[in-house]
Design a binder for this molecule. Structure first.
Ligand code: UDP
Ligand code: UDP
Length: 409
């Protein structure tokens, strides 16, 4: 009798750490189960953090293979191309997708399945079909947001019911949703081309939304939506850069520190920084603030103190730590000193807080984050101040931030 060959799985994330990390977590989980695993990444990446992280991950997981999809040099930035550098990269990868067929078809052993990021699935699906390769989506967002993406084509095909002036929309399995929760629309009917949609979530966190999707109450043609989270974190050895915050955290009392971060690609304006400073100073709470002032790390030039008020820095010096740069968020959330998380509710952050039992005060900024905040609040993990509007030009006042931090503590 011959031993069956282990499956060979291709994992193909799009752009940004919020997409890369769940794919690498799944890659590590599959490799542990004795699958052969190959990660495919678009090169060059947008941020230095992505390229450093890919190198370190592969170095510490030598069984995992890597294929680079070299982005086509002839790519021209069309007027219709997105301005956001991470969405532009998704677009760029999609434009270069003709390079994927030779990568997939020449593999030995041949691939058994491909797991793809949602923004790439429309372009990857026809290639997978010609190779007879089952395709799965690994979703980097909440089940609620997948419901919205699945249902939007139904809504917009009925303009009598769906118009921009409606205050609310209703989607099966979800509470009525404010129209303002819908990010700029990306309609896509290709969800149904996948064999399954793998979700970084767990059953009871989003039970009714999952049930509605899987009982075809949202749309009929959707493949099974499979909760398989929180995705198991992998461990990469510490780098020395984190020594400062590690020793600072060690010296803080248990549950005394608010951790503040808005993910890997959300910058804060100078005006908003000033208000957050005021709010933090007035609460008197201990805090650990990961400050980002540019979307892409390559553009971060100035030190944190150039953005912060001198008197603020003086007043908070025994209570607050401000880091500009990449931190190991999961390690921080795990630390006994952390008592709360002021978060934009990127889906990975929500799952990491759920995994570590850290309550969230939600401050969504864009994309799927309002919906994620609602899911997080409904699951009992924290609070969302709905009056804090979102978007790059909105400023939330320091007094309001102070009030909510105190209320949620
Ligand atoms: N992250 C981190 N260190 C940072 C910033 C982010 O480890 O300094 C991780 C965070 O733990 C999460 C991911 O990067 O796994 C960010 O994904 P999320 O969905 O929370 O937000 P996004 O960055 O996509 O907006
Ligand atoms: N998304 C998309 N097209 C893109 C980029 C993102 O459809 O080019 C989807 C993606 O699945 C993501 C969701 O939009 O989960 C919300 O986008 P967000 O702005 O939160 O992106 P992220 O911070 O996760 O990169």
């Amino acid at each position: 009798m011959t031993t069956p060959q282990p499956p060979h799985i291709a994992l193909f994330p799009g752009a940004g750490m919020g997409h890369l990390m769940p794919f690498l977590r799944l890659a590590a989980m599959l490799a542990k189960q004795d699958s052969i695993v190959t990660v495919i990444t678009g090169q060059p990446t947008v941020s230095i953090t992505e390229s450093d992280h890919i190198s370190s991950f592969l170095h510490h997981n030598p069984k995992i293979n890597h294929l680079e999809l070299q982005l086509a040099p002839s790519f021209q930035q069309a007027d219709s191309a997105p301005v956001d550098p991470f969405f532009l990269q998704m677009h760029h990868i999609n434009q270069s997708i003709f390079l994927l067929h030779p990568l997939l078809s020449s593999s030995s052993p041949p691939f058994s399945a491909i797991f793809v990021d949602f923004p790439l699935v429309a372009k990857v699906a026809p290639i997978a079909k010609t190779l007879d390769l089952p395709i799965y989506i690994l979703s980097t967002t909440s089940v609620a947001f997948v419901s919205l993406m699945a249902y939007l084509p139904v809504l917009t095909s009925n303009p009598a019911e769906f118009n921009k002036n409606s205050a609310e929309i209703k989607i099966p399995g979800l509470p009525p949703m404010a129209m303002s929760s819908i990010p700029p629309v990306f309609l896509d009917s290709t969800l149904s081309e996948a064999k399954g949609i793998l979700m970084n979530t767990f059953e009871w966190f989003q039970a009714s939304t999952l049930a509605a999707l899987n009982k075809a109450k949202v749309i009929k043609s959707l493949p099974p939506v499979l909760p398989m989270g929180p995705l198991e974190p992998y461990h990469l050895p510490h780098d020395d850069d984190g020594d400062q915050y590690r020793s600072w955290l060690e010296n803080q009392p248990a549950l005394s520190v608010v951790y503040i971060s808005f993910g890997n690609r959300t910058a804060m304006s100078r005006d908003q920084i000033k208000e957050l400073e005021k709010g933090l100073e007035n609460t008197g709470w201990r805090f650990f603030w990961v400050l980002k002032t540019s979307k892409v790390d390559k553009d971060e030039q100035e030190d944190a103190k150039h953005f912060l008020n001198h008197s603020f820095l003086e007043k908070i010096k025994d209570k607050g730590l401000i880091i500009k740069g990449w931190v190991d968020q999961l390690e921080i959330l795990r630390h006994p000193a952390i008592g709360g998380f002021l978060s934009h509710c990127g889906w990975n952050s929500v799952m990491e807080a759920a995994l570590e039992g850290v309550p969230i005060l939600a401050w969504p900024q864009h994309g799927d984050q309002r919906l994620n905040a609602q899911v997080m609040e409904d699951a009992g993990l924290g609070l969302w101040e709905r009056n804090w509007d979102w978007g790059p030009n909105v400023i939330v006042k320091g007094e309001e931030i102070e009030k909510k931090i105190v209320e949620s503590s």
